[in-house]
Design a protein. Structure first.
Length: 168
């Protein structure tokens, strides 16, 4: 397989994977292109490589910045903005987990908390089943949130520990 073919296959594959972690295909393709690029790229270079419009490129670049997966690279003497992706896949995966937690788990936990305010005087089979279901969902979500929190803290502690070893 030639490099250009492999590159396109990776970009397409990463684009398909993107929908599994909560982003659109084009956003994932922009991320993939920046992941494999040895240098930071301009919006124009991204547009040309992926054959997308300026609006589409700008919207997806802004969203990738919001997710913390890419950053701007301002080069002295050049007015254009350049973009690059975090190359450490562990850091990128952790950032995706944190972002999905913030966008999906936290709002759901808030809704479940509000649903627990169901009038205590309400009785009946339907009410009992509703409360039981809400409690079960809340339990699963709380365990998932706790696991993600521990994973995140373990990563932070590992990084801090590594830095402290370097300073000794």
């Amino acid at each position: 397989m030639k490099f250009d073919e492999a590159k396109q296959k990776f970009i397409q594959g990463w684009g398909s994977l993107g929908s599994n972690w909560g982003i659109n295909r084009t956003m994932a393709q922009v991320h993939a292109l920046l992941l494999i690029s040895p240098v930071s790229l301009t919006t124009e270079e991204i547009m040309e490589e992926l054959q997308i419009s300026r609006g589409n490129a700008n919207m997806n670049l802004r969203e990738l910045i919001t997710w913390g997966l890419i950053r701007k690279d301002l080069k002295p003497g050049n007015r254009k903005e350049f973009f690059y992706a975090e190359k450490d896949m562990w850091k990128a995966a952790m950032q995706i987990i944190k972002e999905r937690r913030k966008r999906e788990l936290e709002p759901l936990m808030q809704v479940l908390g509000e649903l627990k305010n169901l009038d205590k005087e309400e009785k009946g089979e339907g009410v009992r089943e509703f409360r039981k279901t809400i409690d079960n969902i809340e339990d699963v979500i709380a365990k998932a949130d706790s696991a993600l929190d521990k994973l995140s803290r373990a990563q932070d502690n590992w990084l801090l520990g590594g830095m402290m070893k370097l300073l000794k």
